[in-house]
Design a binder for this molecule. Structure first.
Ligand SMILES: [Ca+2]
Length: 260
């Protein structure tokens, strides 16, 4: 049997993402988890670890890409305060950071997610799965990516990771973020996969999952932003493509939040 990576040689994933590492906006003098200087940590702040596990199995899609499983791209996360998600807003156009993740799984600056946040997030970073059965930073079936941060009551988490066998689809939160504390200031803990949604970024014309010539795994080596452009708002895949066979989220990924 061929290794799964033989079916997934996405140009963008090999060009830009081999260097992707977990890199929060911290420096050496700050808290090693959050990047927040110790003296500036807020009352009730806790460290959290988030794990994104690819649980997809071969045959999920009618596709020769990854034997029909659903690889996930390296992704990006941000913690923010209030209800204004700095990363993406359903019903509005995707910014360039979201477009690059959704189309090419590309996370790093100067065209990446963190650049487009422009300081609106309290903290942010990227995640990837460089080891495992396929030595690429993509989160291949069976692999997990983990990231850590410190957050205070009122903070919310947003993240984006590409549904790789697509033109411009990504998994993320509901657009308002995932609350990291409840009303009693208790930290969120456990499986939050039910709070994850699959979005169409609206930036490239969508082809059926796993079957498109312009989808990242079939793009020319080194190419980014390939494929017919579209200019639509971010919408739920399940609403925009009602007749298409799309896996349940829980068939593709499991997202877990663990307070430390
Ligand atoms: Ca689209």
């Amino acid at each position: 049997m061929k290794n799964i990576k033989d079916f997934l040689l996405p140009a963008a994933l090999t060009m830009g993402l081999l260097t992707a590492v977990s890199c929060g906006n911290d420096n050496d003098d700050d808290d090693p988890v959050s990047g927040v200087p110790q003296e500036e940590q807020e009352a009730g702040a806790r460290a959290f670890t988030v794990t994104i596990q690819n649980v997809s199995q071969p045959g999920l899609l009618n596709s020769d890409v990854a034997q029909g499983a659903v690889p996930l791209s390296p992704g990006a996360w941000a913690v923010f305060e209030g209800m204004e998600n700095p990363a993406f807003t359903p019903g509005e156009r995707a910014d360039v950071g979201t477009e690059r993740i959704a189309e090419d799984g590309q996370v790093e600056p100067p065209m990446g997610f963190e650049t487009t946040l422009l300081g609106a997030a309290k903290s942010s970073g990227t995640f990837s799965a460089p080891g495992g059965p396929a030595p690429s930073p993509a989160i291949m079936p069976g692999e997990s990516a983990t990231f850590t941060f410190t957050a205070a009551p009122g903070d919310r988490l947003t993240f984006e990771t590409m549904f790789v066998p697509s033109n411009d689809w990504f998994y993320g939160d509901n657009g308002k973020g995932i609350a990291l504390f409840d009303e009693g200031n208790n930290p969120t803990s456990g499986d939050v996969t039910g709070l994850v949604y699959l979005w169409d970024a609206g930036t490239e014309v969508s082809e059926k999952p796993g079957m498109g010539e312009y989808q990242a795994p079939r793009q020319p080596q080194g190419a980014t932003d390939v494929g017919p452009e579209e200019k639509r708002s971010i919408q739920l895949v399940q609403n925009r493509f009602r007749g298409w066979r799309v896996p349940e989220n829980s068939q593709v990924l499991k997202v877990t939040i663990t307070p430390q």
